[in-house]
Design a protein around this ligand. Structure first.
Ligand SMILES: Cc1cc2nc3c(=O)[nH]c(=O)nc-3n(C[C@H](O)[C@H](O)[C@H](O)COP(=O)(O)OP(=O)(O)OC[C@H]3O[C@@H](n4cnc5c(N)ncnc54)[C@H](O)[C@@H]3O)c2cc1C
Ligand code: SF4
Length: 430
């Protein structure tokens, strides 16, 4: 054999293996793109990457770091395939070796309303401040930093009136927690209210054991907290410890409902009472308030608006309401728990805008009797141990221990616009 063949042969084999792998990846990416297109999941919700195809070298660095499988390489270039899965935390931007990625808000089709705030986080309504994700920054560290910085400015508005708070902080996510700690540090008269029964905001709703990627953050009183990758549960435990150690008071299950201007500040009406406050800091994020069913019996503690831990529902009779991916994923997760009886009720006649994978798994689960699916149905009342559901002209009475409503959220934008806060609609801009 010629000696050059000895070198050429391995080279050809490597080239063949590389091309085969490349073609396989490309095929998988195209399949993911087609599935996302079919399910209407291409449009990003808010902050997301745009890739400059002239710069992109197809290194896959962004694809590898994306925890949500939102990106793929097609024709040798990165593409945002599953836009609706993007959480906008920008790991792809940092990973790109040739700076081909920038993060923008909204798209031509779907504008994103961002409140107009000044560098002190104050809106055009003097005395109302906004920090964290609602202000447009979708990261734990950034939200916490903004909460702290906003309070540094709010402290200048301190009041001497005995029956008035210096600040009411709405929302106990990362921004609200940091703001609350800042309020203690500056000895402000504060209230921190949270509509849920736990702190953490978005983090509280991450899937179980999700690895959260964050960066060191400087919290008031606590000091520098060094963390990079941490399990959701550990992060919540850390914050729980901070609350205990610092005496931060969080009023749970209290929802801000309206804000009205008074002579010397604001009157904030919540689901429990009214407060007079010199200023208001909104750290309410972008998830909004869960959409309700508005049916008799919904106020019972057995009605919740998000599945956190499927194990909790083992051996129980659970009704899931909704027709989006979160409803299907909740029903499927529950169907894997031993002894759990799952019913899924949805108003629509078909699950139109969901991932193909979820639709298929639900069909399988229905086929094997693990989930009972009631399309074209609506819940009419919830009793202690039953639910009444209208379906095909009849009212079904189903034995029930828990109701999980996954019907999306009501965004706070209209409420804030009513107070006079101005928004800018971003359509693919930074
Ligand atoms: C699936 C997912 C994964 C993510 N992963 C990461 C990650 O790995 N790393 C990272 O840095 N970021 C990540 N993020 C983004 C990060 O979680 C958010 O940017 C951050 O939580 C925003 O903090 P926030 O305090 O501004 O708002 P939020 O965390 O949304 O908190 C807002 C709080 O306000 C409360 N609230 C809302 N309205 C009212 C009302 N009317 N009255 C009373 N309370 C109210 C809400 O209940 C909530 O608790 C992720 C986001 C998602 C959705
Ligand atoms: S911003 Fe985060 S979730 Fe969105 S594509 Fe980049 S890495 Fe993935």
């Amino acid at each position: 054999m010629h000696s050059w063949l000895l070198y050429l042969l391995p080279l050809l084999i490597v080239l063949w293996l590389y091309t085969r792998g490349w073609k396989r990846r490309d095929r998988r990416s195209r399949e993911a793109l087609a599935a996302a297109e079919e399910a209407g999941l291409r449009e990003p919700v808010s902050l997301h990457p745009v890739i400059d195809p002239n710069r992109c070298i197809g290194s896959s660095a962004c694809v590898k770091v994306c925890p949500e499988d939102a990106l793929a390489i097609i024709d040798g270039k990165a593409e945002l395939v599953n836009g609706s899965a993007c959480i906008g935390h920008g790991a792809c931007l940092t990973a790109c070796p040739v700076e081909a990625i920038s993060l923008v808000f909204g798209t031509e089709k779907r504008g994103v309303d961002i409140p107009i705030i000044n560098p002190n986080f104050e809106t055009n309504v003097p005395g109302i401040f906004i920090a964290g994700e609602l202000a447009g920054m979708g990261l734990i560290r950034k939200a916490a930093e903004q909460g702290k910085q906003a309070i540094d400015h709010i402290k200048e508005l301190r009041t001497n009136a005995p029956d008035q708070l210096d600040v009411i902080i709405v929302g106990a996510g990362p921004a609200g927690i940091a703001a609350g700690l800042g309020a203690i540090q500056h000895k402000l008269k504060y209230r921190l209210i949270e509509q849920e029964d736990s702190l953490g905001g978005c983090v509280y709703h991450y899937p179980r054991n999700k690895i959260t990627m964050t960066a060191p953050v400087n919290l008031p009183i606590v000091g520098k907290v060094k963390m990079s990758e941490i399990r959701k549960e550990d992060l919540l435990e850390f914050w729980g410890g901070v609350v205990k150690k610092t005496g931060l008071v969080v009023k749970y299950r209290e929802r801000m409902e309206t804000i009205t201007k008074s002579a010397d500040g604001f009157i904030v009406k919540t689901s429990r009472r009214s407060y007079r406050s010199r200023s208001v800091l909104l750290t309410i994020g972008r998830r909004g308030t869960p959409r309700k069913l508005d049916v008799p019996g919904e106020e019972q503690p057995k009605v919740v608006y998000r599945l956190i831990d499927p194990e909790q529902y083992r051996d129980k009779r659970v009704l899931v309401v909704g027709g989006g991916d979160s409803a299907l994923e909740a029903a499927l997760a529950l169907s894997n728990e031993p002894g759990t009886q799952v019913t899924l009720s949805y108003r629509g006649e078909a699950f139109a805008r969901v991932k193909q994978k979820n639709r298929q798994q639900l069909t399988d689960a229905e086929g094997t009797g693990l989930v009972r699916v009631l399309l074209g149905s609506s819940v009419s009342s919830i009793q202690t141990d039953k639910v009444a559901i209208k379906h095909n002209g009849e009212t079904l009475e189903i034995d029930n221990d828990w109701v999980i409503v996954c019907a999306g959220g009501v965004l706070p934008t209209p409420l804030l616009q009513q107070i006079g806060i101005l928004f800018e609609t971003k359509r693919g801009t930074v």
